[in-house]
Write a protein that binds this ligand. Structure first.
Ligand code: GCO
Length: 465
């Protein structure tokens, strides 16, 4: 293998990712029940321009065309999430056969196109019934209810799906959903947030135990966790320790329990009694409950020690000289390789998948709908190069998924943030492969970063679907 990180192994899993609520639409079709995100979007003032998931990218109706697009992009894998209330409209009890069959057909369609499915069980769209009847993730029974739901999917898709993601970014669920109240269910209660985090972790552990006990246990199961690389603002021991705490806010809270069976010590010290204890049984189920570490990487930060700033006493030092995306996130490919090394040391022996990486830029479509998104190509190229470097240095990275296959509903920000390799017209849902999509398909077909041209207008390989 090349040591400059530009050449990838043939089995490397190149993919793209989406989430059910962000792309499916059809929120009232085929017997689907409402999710907490439907309720949240319907509440005035919660989302930009009042946008909702009712249509999103209309993927529910267009999935065959979308798989054809993925085939044209040369994707080896597609990470999508299952809408829990589409399968179990009340969150538990009766199965909605029509909803389940959507995923069954999607998986068959993917496999027929030679694309490996990676299925996320929870990407934030909790059935509204579970929120209303039980108070959602704050309820101690939710982990078992989640495991029952997971079991329905293992039994239905487990013969064909070999990559499972339990939870997507529980840190965001907790922070945006329960501390800041900016995401569904819109709660602002920091005390409750620790219990919600605890139950999410227990839910992961129970679902993994079910998977491992199921006759379909032929694949790998793990979480998708957002983590940032924190660079200390100075060499002072206080800043170095603060930077380590910043990474542990993600990994010590959500990664360590799934590997070591408990939260990181520094979080126990800092969060104090608010951090619940795992029972011995919980700890047993949690320990080594990930077969891989799914990393969602978007950016890194420079961190300094900030006495009195929250329990972790950390503060981000803004870097205005660095380019930022339209999400106001700094473009920091330099954080990815050190972070991959850090993860491979902390979770020794676990393969890593980059389950999400990508960027929103101010795309401009031409009259045909084509977007010549050179900034996105540069972003992806630099991050893929960092992955290649880590691989060449011995980190066991098995795959990379671009967020996202297509422009979609960016939660409360609606359609304003465009992350796709494929443009999705928010009025007509028409799809057009962007320059970045053409670039990515070239990369996948050659497996060599150094061979791939930038796919500007002249190099377009196709037209819109
Ligand atoms: C997230 C998600 C995606 C987002 C993406 C861009 O983790 O936040 O997995 O749903 O759309 O990260 O913000």
């Amino acid at each position: 293998m090349s040591t400059n990180g530009d050449v990838f192994p043939p089995a490397f899993l190149w993919g793209a990712a989406t989430a059910a609520f962000q792309v499916e639409g059809a929120t009232a079709d085929g017997g689907r029940g409402p999710s907490i995100w439907d309720v949240f979007c319907a509440t005035p003032g919660k989302t930009a321009r009042g946008e909702t998931g009712e249509i999103a990218c209309d993927h529910y109706h267009r999935f065959r065309d979308d798989v054809e697009l993925m085939r044209r992009l040369n994707l080896r894998a597609y990470r999508f999430s299952v809408s829990w209330p589409r399968v179990l409209p009340q969150g538990r009890g009766d199965i909605n056969k029509q909803g389940l069959s959507f995923y069954d057909r999607l998986v068959d369609c993917l496999l027929a196109a030679g694309i490996e499915p990676m299925v996320t069980l929870y990407h934030w769209d909790l059935p509204a019934a579970l929120q209303m009847e039980l108070g959602g993730w704050a309820h101690p029974d939710l982990p078992l209810i989640f495991a029952d739901y997971a079991d329905v999917l293992f039994n239905t898709l487990g013969d064909r799906v070999h990559h499972w993601v339990t939870l997507n970014e529980p840190w965001v669920v907790v922070n945006a959903g329960y501390i800041h109240g900016t995401h569904a269910p819109g709660v602002k209660d920091a005390g409750l947030a620790y219990r919600v985090a605890h139950n999410l972790l227990r839910a992961h552990a129970h679902a993994v135990a079910r998977y491992r006990a199921s006759p379909h246990n032929r694949g790998a199961i793990g979480p998708a966790l957002n983590v940032l690389q924190a660079f200390p603002a100075s060499e002072s021991p206080a800043d170095v320790a603060a930077a380590e705490r910043a990474t542990l806010e993600f990994c010590g809270w959500f990664g360590d329990p799934l590997y070591y069976g408990d939260y990181a010590d520094v979080l126990r010290e800092r969060f104090g009694a608010a951090l619940p204890e795992f029972t011995a049984e919980d700890a047993r189920l949690l320990t080594r409950s990930m077969d891989f570490f799914g990393l969602n990487y978007y950016f890194s930060h420079v961190i300094r020690h900030a006495p009195g700033a929250g329990p972790l006493e950390i503060e981000v030092v803004p870097q205005p000289q660095i380019p930022h995306t339209t999400m106001s996130w700094p473009v920091t490919p330099g954080g990815l390789c050190p972070l991959l090394h850090w993860l491979s040391r902390r979770y020794a022996g676990l393969p890593i998948y980059i389950t999400e990486n990508g960027a929103a830029f101010p795309d401009q479509a031409d009259a045909s709908g084509f977007v010549n998104d050179q900034p996105r190509i540069a972003y992806l190229r630099d991050h893929v190069r960092a992955v290649g470097q880590a691989l060449a240095e011995g980190v066991d990275v098995r795959g990379y998924f671009v967020w996202s296959l297509m422009d979609n509903l960016e939660w409360t920000l609606g359609f304003s943030q465009r992350f796709g390799l494929v443009r999705c017209d928010s009025e007509t849902s028409q799809r057009t492969i962007k320059a970045s999509g053409h670039w990515y398909s070239e990369l996948i077909s050659t497996g060599r970063l150094d061979d791939v041209p930038n796919a500007d207008g002249a190099e377009r390989m196709g037209v819109s679907l």
